[in-house]
Design a protein around this ligand. Structure first.
Ligand SMILES: Nc1ncnc2c1ncn2[C@@H]1O[C@H](COP(=O)(O)OP(=O)(O)OP(=O)(O)O)[C@@H](O)[C@H]1O
Ligand SMILES: [Mg+2]
Length: 141
């Protein structure tokens, strides 16, 4: 387990960029942390690090944003999903099977279901307006 502190959005993006180097096809990255923690910012860094040039916007209305590139990236927001069927219908497992890197915000909604999945687990704790404590399990970074 590694613990990082960031003091700006761009530092969190940079950490995501760094993490991307240790991901491979079919890697799953599960995020926990409250509203505005910085999960989407971290995912923007992952997309950069994977060589996906499209900017990652917060998938507030879309359940999944998919980014083509040398290493495809599927970025999910599970905030509004509840049942295992929701996850399947959204294509969560299909993207993993196809060898995309899959990241999911609000994985706490599926804590039980995803507990046994091999995954990089990232918790972002909001400490103040710009301070974040970011805990990463399951990857060397
Ligand atoms: N150290 C930091 N790391 C990341 N974001 C920060 C940091 N400091 C301030 N911010 C701000 O916090 C907000 C984080 O927003 P972001 O959309 O990334 O969070 P989120 O966890 O995806 O939220 P949501 O649960 O609503 O999807 C942004 O407005 C960003 O500018
Ligand atoms: Mg978000």
């Amino acid at each position: 387990m590694s613990v990082f502190k960031t003091s700006s959005r761009s530092e969190t993006v940079a950490l995501g960029n760094r993490l991307a180097k240790s991901l491979s096809p079919g890697s799953l990255v599960l995020f926990t942390g409250g509203l505005g923690a910085g999960k989407t910012a971290f995912c923007e860094g992952i997309a950069q690090g994977l060589g996906c040039t499209d900017p990652v916007s917060s998938p507030t209305f879309a359940v999944a944003n998919y980014y083509r590139g040398k290493q495809p990236f599927a970025h999910f927001d599970l905030y509004r999903l509840q049942t295992p069927e929701d996850l399947e219908v959204a294509g969560f497992y299909d993207y993993l099977d196809e060898g995309a890197v899959v990241a999911a915000e609000w994985s706490e909604n599926f804590a039980d279901l995803l507990a046994q999945e091999p995954a990089v687990r990232i918790h972002i704790q909001k400490e103040g307006e710009n301070e974040r404590t970011i805990t990463i399990e399951g990857a060397e970074i």
